[in-house]
Design a protein around this ligand. Structure first.
Ligand SMILES: Cc1cc2nc3c(=O)[nH]c(=O)nc-3n(C[C@H](O)[C@H](O)[C@H](O)COP(=O)(O)O)c2cc1C
Length: 197
């Protein structure tokens, strides 16, 4: 896995607790994940960001690196250690949040496709998984997307949104990313008990 700086996956580095892995994908709502990262970090909680290639077209990895105070994982193929990074990270992660989640990553997660750092990480992750979709309302309503969401929900993946409202590509309907406040509240509720451990 390639990072923007030295390795956050270095086994000599003291682990943070609890560590949220945030997967950012190529939705126009990706910039809202930067706000989430800032708030999460300000709450004193650990976060490791993984960005897809499409997400990096929309928001710069350096933004997440600075806000999370960790190098961002942007590629699968540079391994900092003897152990593949996604395996080592999975051992430390308390939860995975994919925010925003594209139709594409939802499909890949539902069907076990592991062709980049985030989708490969998902298959290595044994803890709770949260998905906050964001897409055009017609994409969200598509039977393929709905079927993929059902597959994931049946496996225990928890969905946050999407909500109704105006979307960036024009129009109005269900497909908008849930408010950052709501996502933040769900995630802190889900992980808070672990902070007391
Ligand atoms: C400007 C722009 C905005 C996009 N926004 C979305 C979006 O909100 N939701 C979505 O599912 N796809 C969106 N896409 C399409 C995805 O980026 C595309 O399906 C990509 O392959 C997703 O890759 P990823 O899931 O690996 O990030 C957008 C594409 C562009 C060019």
């Amino acid at each position: 896995m390639r990072k923007t700086d030295d390795s956050p996956l270095d086994s000599k580095r003291p682990p943070e607790s609890p560590m949220l892995v945030l997967g950012v994908t190529g939705s126009i709502a990706a910039y809202k994940a930067a706000d989430f990262t800032s708030r999460w970090r300000q709450a004193g909680l650990g976060i490791q960001v993984i960005m897809t290639a499409a997400a990096q077209k929309l928001v710069c990895p350096q933004t997440f690196c600075t806000l999370s105070r960790h190098p961002v994982i942007t590629d699968l193929w540079t391994m900092p250690d003897w152990q593949p990074g996604h395996v080592e990270l999975a051992m430390r992660a308390a939860a995975l949040l994919v925010m925003p989640a594209t139709a594409n990553i939802i499909g890949k997660m539902a069907h076990g496709i592991a062709d980049d750092a985030l989708s490969t990480y998902y298959l290595s992750h044994a803890g709770p998984v949260f998905v906050a979709p964001a897409m055009n309302p017609r994409m969200w309503a598509h039977p393929a997307v709905q079927a993929n969401c059902r597959i994931l929900a049946e496996r225990g993946v928890r969905f946050i949104g999407p909500v109704a409202g105006p979307v960036a590509c024009g129009g109005d309907g269900v497909g908008r990313l849930a408010p950052v406040d709501e996502i933040f509240a769900v995630m802190t509720r889900a992980l808070k008990p672990r902070t007391a451990e």
